[in-house]
Design a protein around this ligand. Structure first.
Ligand SMILES: Nc1ncnc2c1ncn2[C@@H]1O[C@H](COP(=O)(O)OP(=O)(O)O)[C@@H](O)[C@H]1O
Ligand SMILES: [Mg+2]
Length: 227
């Protein structure tokens, strides 16, 4: 099992300063290597909170997260950032590309911490190959502002894949796109998941996107159920 969530609970302090909000209650989930999973649910149901916990960007109030058999709570900050940088790739609703860097430079940013360990040129060749797969070979030297919304999200997907992660986490990746670009991006995520043999977890409120994936879970009232 690549990912195991055991009885995850997440509470936040209430914004009023009094009491707590229980966002996730007793969530259990197992995701085998290679699977593509969708998590759907209404706005405010805790989807981003859950994804942040899976991606070790936040920790649960109770329960256990195991990634590759390792309990994340038992790892130090250096090991956690190593896992986040090397074994996970993130795609967000807004692409978060750096405006002053070209498409190719943006895609190569996650490889910088590992540039000592790999031959210069290897990462660049991989970047160009992936950018070609997503149809952006003509845009390597363009800046984000010169691209459409759908193209920027494709760059963000390639950036998430550049370190050959085991797990790709996408939070509303099509949320900022029109219907047509949204469908194309969803299909691209699925195709790359199969081709690159990664595991994919997509949070979305698009049922169309969710249907493209192997399994769909619904988050509602703090509980996760298979649909
Ligand atoms: N850091 C935080 N502090 C307090 N409350 C939070 C925090 N993050 C999220 N929440 C609350 O948790 C609930 C779920 O939020 P979120 O995970 O962003 O939902 P979704 O992604 O499904 O829209 C919301 O009620 C939100 O206000
Ligand atoms: Mg969210």
């Amino acid at each position: 099992m690549l990912l195991e969530l055991n009885h995850i609970e997440k509470k936040f302090d209430h914004p009023s300063g009094e009491g707590e909000i229980l966002v996730l209650k007793d969530i259990c989930l197992e995701v085998p290597k290679g699977e593509a999973v969708a998590v759907i649910g209404p706005s405010g149901s805790g989807k981003s909170t859950l994804l942040n916990i899976i991606g070790a960007l936040d920790s649960p109030s109770a329960g256990l997260v195991k990634f590759g058999g390792k309990d994340l709570a038992g790892l130090g900050n250096i090991e956690l950032s190593e896992i986040r940088n090397r074994q996970m790739g993130f795609v967000f609703q807004l692409h978060h590309l750096l405006p002053q860097c070209t498409v190719l430079e943006n895609v190569l940013i996650p490889t910088i911490p590992f540039s000592k360990d790999q031959k210069k040129g290897d990462a660049e060749a991989r970047a160009k190959n992936l950018l070609e797969k997503v149809g952006l070979e003509a845009h390597l030297e363009h800046f984000p502002a010169q691209l459409s919304g759908g193209e920027m999200q494709r760059v963000a997907v390639v950036r998430a894949l550049i370190n050959q992660p085991l797990l790709v986490l996408a939070d509303e990746p099509t949320g900022s796109l029109d219907r047509e670009s949204s469908e194309a991006l969803g299909q691209l995520l699925v195709d790359l998941n199969k081709e690159q043999e990664t595991t994919l977890i997509v949070v979305t409120h698009s049922l169309e996107l969710a249907r493209l994936l192997d399994k769909v879970y619904k988050l509602q009232d703090g509980s996760l159920e298979k649909v």
